[in-house]
Design a protein around this ligand. Structure first.
Ligand code: NAP
Length: 346
């Protein structure tokens, strides 16, 4: 049995769901992958940190995971005061799972520092955090290759729905010439609500009331979140590093109820489409903008908070994947799938 020691940096919705998933899948990981996963450390911004080289008790941790970590019971060799950066470089840590929030249009901190430090210390890294991957994938991939460690980031695009793994593994051997997707569930929810007659402002309020949209929704409604995911897709599919300013970007804020009705009258639907294509000269063109799609387009059928992506391939034509783009358990599954890929590589 191979044991992997894990440090979780960030214990929010996704981190808590990941701990629950580890408990639920412990026997499965042992039976299928000969893998024993030991959570040796967790770090938060304001609720403390926990580290124990022998492994934390998952049930006891789950019980306090939304509260102050000082409520976690004492155990031998438990440390409660390590800073995240010294916690993640400890010898008993094999894998760092980075789950802090970031504004990637800026500097993607603090995740960038966490991931750089982890890779420099020879730790495998798994993250659902778009920021560092969108901003610095070539650097981080080179560093991981240099240290001979794994860098997994399936959860950065479409949460637990395996959009990146589909491109990298499911479609291996095909050439992908273009990708188009609904990569932001919040805006898709707002557009679906507008189709049922609400104004943009009413639909946004509904999204905020349900916790889909933040108090400042600009990251979603201006297309910034979708553009970040498109940058990650361009890295993975085309091997191209796009800057945010290289993506023609328009959000959904200018769409009116009249626009929605005009599309409906023509048998079409507005969707916020993120798309990228490789040009004959090898350049990648990319945009995020609202588009009117005919109902025959699979993306037009994707309603509510769902996400979808269509890959245009040379050998099997268009392939579309539809699934949840967010959610604690779904995104925790993406982390688990990366962990399984790592276990298979080891
Ligand atoms: N939620 C989703 O459905 C989803 C889907 C795809 C990707 N993601 C990505 O996954 C990551 C985690 O999402 P989430 O929803 O779990 O976020 P969250 O609920 O906001 O939790 C973030 C966690 O990070 C901790 N944190 C912040 N700064 C830190 C620092 N400097 N050092 C250590 N810990 C720090 C916070 O500590 P405190 O508890 O003390 O505040 C909190 O525990 C984000 O990058 C997000 O974009 C999330």
């Amino acid at each position: 049995m191979r044991t992997l020691g894990i440090a979780l940096i960030g214990l929010g919705a996704v981190g808590r769901a990941f701990i629950a998933l580890l408990q639920a899948r412990r026997a499965y990981l042992a039976a299928q992958y000969n893998l024993d996963v030991k959570l040796v450390g967790v770090a938060t911004a304001r609720r403390g940190t926990l580290f124990c080289p022998e492994g934390l008790d998952l049930a006891a941790l789950s019980a306090v995971a939304s509260a102050e970590l000082s409520a976690y019971p004492d155990q031998a060799r438990l440390l409660r005061t390590l800073e995240p950066l010294s916690l993640l470089t400890r010898p008993s840590v094999d894998v760092v799972i980075e789950l802090t929030p970031t504004v990637y249009a800026r500097d993607a901190e603090p995740a960038m520092s966490h991931i750089r430090a982890a890779l420099a210390a020879g730790k495998h890294v798994i993250t659902a955090n778009k920021g560092p991957i969108a901003l610095a994938y070539p650097e981080l991939r080179a560093q991981a290759a240099h240290r001979g460690v794994f860098l997994g980031f399936e959860g950065t695009v479409m949460g637990g729905t395996p959009a990146l793994r589909m491109a990298r593994q499911g479609l291996a051997g095909c050439q992908i010439s273009a990708v188009r997707g609904i990569l932001n569930g919040t805006t898709n929810f707002i557009l679906s609500e507008m189709e049922s007659g609400k104004s943009y402002a009413e639909a946004l309020s509904e999204a905020q009331a349900r916790g889909y949209a933040e108090a400042d929704p600009s990251n979603d409604v201006e297309g910034i979140d979708a553009a970040g995911k498109l940058i990650i897709l361009a890295h993975v599919i085309f091997g191209k590093a796009l800057g945010l300013d290289e993506i023609g970007r328009e959000g959904i804020t200018r769409l009116s109820q009249a626009d929605i009705q005009a599309a409906q009258a023509s048998g079409e639907r507005w969707k916020l489409i993120a798309q990228a294509a490789i040009q004959p000269d090898g350049q990648v063109s990319a945009s995020v903008k609202p588009m009117r799609l005919p109902l025959s387009d699979p993306l037009a059928q994707v309603g509510g908070g769902m996400n979808a992506i269509t890959y245009q391939t040379d050998l099997i034509g268009a392939v579309t994947l539809i699934g949840a783009g967010a959610g604690g358990t779904a995104t925790a599954y993406a982390l688990l799938s990366d962990l399984i890929e790592l276990a298979e590589q080891l």
